[in-house]
Design a protein around this ligand. Structure first.
Ligand code: CTP
Length: 448
């Protein structure tokens, strides 16, 4: 088998070999090349020790990531390459990272400590593919299978349990039976893993072509209740409403799959109805309603995203989409839409529409989403015409109002609110002179 290695990577392999060492590309890059995908990055494994790697690349810019882990990053314009000494990890005391790393002289030992067979192959031009654990066959059979005993691999690094689900989702693969059973058996150990590492895997699942596959796998393998117990409550939750064909969990999965792969939208899709199990009321006709589930969803999703240590800006964006997700029910004319743009923001308004399209589409098979495409066009028209929808677009500011003699404080806000309301109705009023005139007429003696 011959795999295509770009020149800037080949150059590093060549240099290591010229100095008498072995060197291979390894892991994800080999997997992706065999699959015909472009690797996101290339990792190299070698029997050269970290000091030797540094010496060989002393004319290059290098970064020693951690001498004890044996990784030297070689920086090149085309991309950074991690060059790591063959290693044998031992004694994972806490199931998170090895307490001590032992370097090895054998590529076989390095490959045998890796997580999955499809990630445990190495390649270079002279030796070809080194595939000791039938990774290539598992790639053909679309199988995620640990190298050796899954219990041992998962004990070494518990995150691998979630990685199995992540790779299965990204690649559309199955998890081999024994590996799968060990995921369920050892899933509780994920509680020991840092929120950041869990978050990164979860985000990769969410950004894949079919996130529902991964979320369903989490549920099937009893991992969901460990990572996001709030979602577990939606499983099988009957909405008792003719407008909603699916239970809450199935609806959420459908919405996530039907949104574009933008993290904030996918997160909002995942959590938009998370408040439903706590807000169900049933009317006289036996129909279910979920008043306030959007508000509760905002609070719950904020808590979850905080727990996952997401940045505040991301939390706010997701919360805002969830807060507004029910506005597709309202019959909004230009004025209402401008208010909506001002609440959601010009940059995020189309994300909201995408969420709403998916939400509506997944409610029942007869759902008509044409009005949301029309709403999208209407919003675009408002933005194209540059019609004001928020106070900072007014041709007059709070300072101007104070300069007219009004007292700093509440009244300034009231005046701006009044002007905004009028300008939203009649954009032609947005001229300084006209606005000043309006203020003086309407707020004659008030608080001057
Ligand atoms: N690896 C491992 N156990 C882990 C993490 C990583 O054995 N817990 C090994 C695997 O051989 C993996 C390689 O290190 O292929 C690189 O890991 P990573 O960069 O996380 O994943 P990739 O396989 O490169 O996949 P991607 O970049 O698509 O996430």
């Amino acid at each position: 088998m011959e795999l295509f290695i770009p020149d800037y990577v080949e150059n590093i392999l060549y240099r290591l070999e010229k100095f008498g060492y072995e060197a291979f590309i390894v892991g994800g890059s080999v997997r992706d090349l065999i699959l015909g995908k472009e690797p996101a990055d290339f990792d190299i494994t070698t029997n050269a020790k970290p000091e030797e790697i540094e010496e060989i690349f002393k004319e290059y810019k290098t970064i020693l990531v951690g001498k004890e882990y044996g990784t030297v990053v070689v920086v090149q314009d085309e991309g950074n390459i991690e060059v790591t000494t063959y290693r044998l990890e031992a004694e994972y005391l806490d199931g998170r990272k090895p307490s001590k790393v032992y370097f090895s002289d054998e590529i076989e030992e390095d490959l045998s400590r890796r997580d999955f067979t499809i990630n445990a192959m190495a390649y270079n031009k002279s030796k070809g593919l080194i595939d000791l654990f039938s990774g290539q066959k598992d790639l053909e059979n679309k199988l995620i299978k640990t190298v050796g005993n899954p219990i041992e691999r998962f004990e070494e690094d518990h995150l691998r349990i979630l990685r199995a689900i992540r790779f299965a989702t990204q690649l559309g693969f199955y998890i081999e039976e024994e590996t799968k059973n060990s995921c369920t058996q050892m899933g509780y150990l994920l509680k020991k893993i840092s929120a950041e590492r869990i978050r990164e895997e979860l985000f990769k699942i969410l950004l894949s072509d079919r996130p529902s596959y991964g979320i369903r796998l989490m549920e099937d393998l009893d991992i969901l209740e460990i990572i996001i117990p709030e979602l577990k409550e939606t499983v099988g939750f009957d909405q008792k409403n003719p407008h909603h064909e699916k239970d809450v969990f199935e609806h959420i999965l459908c919405v996530v799959d039907h949104t574009p792969p933008v993290l904030e939208i996918r997160l909002a899709a995942l959590f938009h109805d998370i408040g439903k199990p706590h807000t169900l009321t049933i009317d006289e006709e036996g129909i279910g309603h979920f008043y306030g589930h959007d508000k509760l969803g905002v609070k719950m999703s904020r808590d979850i995203l905080k727990r996952l240590r997401c940045p505040n800006e991301m939390i706010d964006d997701v919360a805002n989409l969830i807060k507004e997700h029910m506005t597709h029910h309202a019959d909004l004319k230009d004025k209402g839409l401008k208010r909506l743009i001002s609440r959601v923001g010009k940059d995020k308004i189309f994300n909201l529409i995408e969420l709403q399209k998916a939400d509506k589409r997944c409610s029942n098979r007869n759902a008509d989403i044409g009005f949301l495409f029309e709403r999208e066009r209407q919003i675009q028209r408002i933005l194209d015409r540059n019609e004001p929808y928020e106070k900072k677009q007014l041709e007059i500011s709070g300072y101007d109002i104070i300069n007219l003699g009004y007292k700093e404080g509440k009244i300034v806000g009231e005046i701006l609110e009044y002007l905004m309301e009028r300008v939203i109705d009649e954009p032609n009023l947005n001229h300084r002179d006209i606005l000043i005139d309006m203020v003086l007429k309407k707020f004659t003696n008030k608080a001057k």
